[in-house]
Design a protein around this ligand. Structure first.
Ligand SMILES: Nc1ncnc2c1ncn2[C@@H]1O[C@H](COP(=O)(O)OP(=O)(O)OP(=O)(O)O)[C@@H](O)[C@H]1O
Ligand SMILES: [Mg+2]
Length: 456
C-alpha cells in the first residue's frame, strides 16, 4: 500500500494526552501526584553493538531527564540485522542489561527492571496507510470512537505473519470538515481517521522477545529503529517540512521518512559499514580487523584532502607483525570505499522511488548511525540523492557518557524519547529478585496496544 498522506506523530498525539489529563479522571491525577518520575530502559540490538540505556523520565513532560545506566558492547549472533545465533544474542543482551542495571541500581530504590523497550530493525517493518470511518450519529465524539477507529485499523492492517508495532492516527475529519487535530468533544455524524500502522514480521519479534525474556524481563514495546533515530536527530521543522533519516549501521542502512510532523515510512536495505570493511579486507588482502582500523583512520569517499602520493601501511592477511606491512596509495582505499557508499545511496534512492516517496520524502536528508562518520559521505549523499544533506547527532541527555554519545547511539537515545512518551504510569520495575515471565510477542503487543488505548 502506498503512503501518500500526512500521518501522525507523538507530537500530534500529545494534545490528546494532555486533554485526557485535564479531564476529571481523578484516579489518574492522584497517581500522577504520587509519582513524578520513573526509570525506563531501552535496548538497541544492532549488527555491531548492543546497547542498553536506563533513564529517569519526567511523567509530567514525558521526557527523559537523566540517564542513570548505560552499557554497550560488541554484538554477537546478528548478521545484517538478522538473528543468526539466538543463544549468542540472549547472552549478549543479558550481559549488557546487567551492566546498565548495576550502574543504575543506586537510583532505582532497590527495584529491578521489569520490562524494556526494544528496537525493531526496519528490515522487518512494513508501513500501511488507510482511512477508517466511524458512525457518530449526531452525538459527541468520545475516546471510545477513537478506540473503535484504532481497532478497525488494527484488524485491517494485520496480515497473519506480521504484528503491529506502531498505530499512528494521522488526521481526523468530522463530517466534511478535514484537518481536525482533536475530535474528542465535537458533534457529527461521521468521523474519518487517517491511520498509519507500522507492522513487523512475527519471527523477528519473537526472536528479539526471546532474547529479552530469557533474561527474565518483559518487552514493554517495540520501536522501529530508524523512527527512534529520527526522534533523536531531527528538529521539529525537519519533521514538519518533510525529511528522510538514514541510519547507516554496520549491517543495514535504515530509512525513516517524516512528513507534516509525522512518521510515514520505515524501511531498510541490508547494506552497511561492515560491507565497506569487507570490501577493504578483500581489496587490500588484509584482515577484517585491520580493514576496520584502516577505514576508521584513513577511510574517505573522496581523494580531496589528501595528496596523490599519500600512502598507508597495510598488513597482509595472516601476518601480524608490523615488519610485514606494505605501503599502499591512500587513493586505493578511497577507490574501494567510494563505489560501495555510492551504491548504498543509489539503492536507497531506488527504494524511495519504488515506494512512491521521492516527493513527500522532502528535500532534506539527515545521515546518522556509525557508518555516517565516514569522511566525505555528506557530499556523496548530496550528489546521489540530489537533496540537502546534514549529519545528524542525537540530542544529549543529562548523564550521557562520552562513550555512549554520537551517531552510533542515535537509535538508543531516540528510543528513550519514544519510551518516555509511551510509558506513562505503568510499572517498569518490580521489587528486587526476578521472576521469569515468558510472554509471546502477541501478548506483549496486545498489552502495549491495550495500554495505548487506555491512555489515549
Ligand atoms: N569513524 C568512523 N568512520 C567510518 N565508519 C565508522 C566509524 N565509526 C564507526 N563506523 C562504522 O559504523 C558501523 C557501526 O555503526 P552502528 O553502531 O550504528 O551499527 P549497528 O547499530 O550495530 O548496526 P545495524 O543498525 O546495521 O544493525 C560499523 O560498520 C563501523 O565500522
Ligand atoms: Mg543500528
Amino acid at each position: 500500500m502506498r503512503l501518500t498522506e500526512s500521518l501522525f506523530t507523538l507530537d500530534k498525539l500529545k494534545p490528546l494526552l494532555d486533554k485526557k489529563d485535564s479531564d476529571s479522571n481523578t484516579i489518574q491525577i492522584e497517581t500522577k501526584k504520587k509519582q513524578q518520575t520513573k526509570p525506563i530502559a531501552v535496548l538497541d540490538i544492532g549488527t555491531s553493538k548492543i546497547c542498553c540505556m536506563i533513564a529517569i523520565i519526567d511523567l509530567k513532560t514525558n521526557t527523559p531527564v537523566e540517564i542513570i545506566g548505560q552499557a554497550h558492547h560488541a554484538s554477537d549472533g546478528i548478521r545484517n540485522g538478522n538473528v543468526i545465533d539466538l543463544k549468542a544474542v540472549e547472552y549478549a543482551v543479558g550481559s549488557v542489561i546487567q551492566t546498565a542495571e548495576n550502574m543504575a541500581r543506586s537510583r532505582m530504590n532497590g527495584q529491578d527492571l521489569q520490562n524494556i523497550f526494544v528496537n525493531m530493525p526496519a528490515l522487518y517493518t512494513k508501513p500501511y496507510h488507510f482511512s477508517v470511518d466511524v458512525q457518530i450519529s449526531g452525538q459527541q465524539i468520545t475516546e471510545r470512537d477513537i478506540d473503535s477507529a484504532i481497532n478497525q485499523a488494527r484488524h485491517v492492517a494485520s496480515p497473519k505473519e506480521e504484528s503491529i508495532i506502531h498505530v499512528i492516527p494521522a488526521s481526523y475529519s468530522v463530517d466534511r470538515q478535514t484537518g481536525i487535530k482533536v475530535p474528542i468533544g465535537m458533534f457529527g455524524h461521521h468521523m474519518g481517521v487517517d491511520i498509519s500502522t507500522i507492522t513487523a514480521s512475527k519471527p523477528a519479534l519473537q526472536n528479539f522477545t526471546t532474547a529479552v525474556t530469557a533474561n527474565h524481563l518483559d518487552v514493554f514495546g517495540f520501536c522501529a529503529s530508524p523512527y527512534a533515530s529520527g526522534l533523536s536527530c531531527l528538529v521539529e521543522d525537519e519533521k514538519n517540512l518533510g525529511c528522510t533519516v538514514i541510519d547507516m549501521g554496520a549491517g543495514t542502512s535504515q530509512i525513516a521518512v517524516f512528513f507534516e510532523g509525522a512518521l510515514i515510512y520505515t524501511g531498510a536495505i541490508p547494506v552497511g559499514g561492515q560491507h565497506v570493511t569487507n570490501d577493504i579486507a578483500r581489496g587490500l588482502t588484509t584482515s577484517v580487523t585491520d580493514a576496520e582500523r584502516l577505514k576508521i583512520l584513513y577511510g574517505s569517499t573522496t581523494n580531496i584532502g589528501h595528496g596523490d602520493h599519500d600512502t598507508i601501511d597495510v598488513t597482509a592477511v595472516g601476518e601480524d607483525d608490523s615488519v610485514n606491512t606494505k605501503k599502499v596509495p591512500r587513493s586505493l582505499l578511497t577507490g574501494i570505499i567510494q563505489p560501495r557508499i555510492e551504491e548504498t545511496f543509489e539503492l536507497i534512492r531506488a527504494k524511495l522511488n519504488d515506494e512512491g516517496l521521492s516527493q513527500v520524502a522532502g528535500r532534506r536528508v539527515v545521515l546518522t548511525g556509525g557508518a555516517s562518520q565516514l569522511l566525505g559521505i555528506q557530499d556523496l549523499a548530496k550528489h546521489v540523492l540530489d537533496k540537502q544533506v546534514r549529519l545528524g547527532k542525537p540530542s544529549v541527555i543529562k548523564g550521557l557518557a562520552e562513550s555512549t554519545g554520537g551517531p552510533v547511539f542515535a537509535t538508543a537515545l531516540g528510543m528513550l524519547q519514544y519510551a518516555a512518551e509511551y510509558v506513562d504510569h505503568q510499572a517498569t520495575t518490580r521489587p528486587a529478585s526476578r521472576i521469569a515471565n515468558l510472554h509471546l510477542p502477541d501478548n506483549i503487543l496486545r498489552k502495549a496496544a491495550s495500554w495505548f488505548k487506555e491512555n489515549w
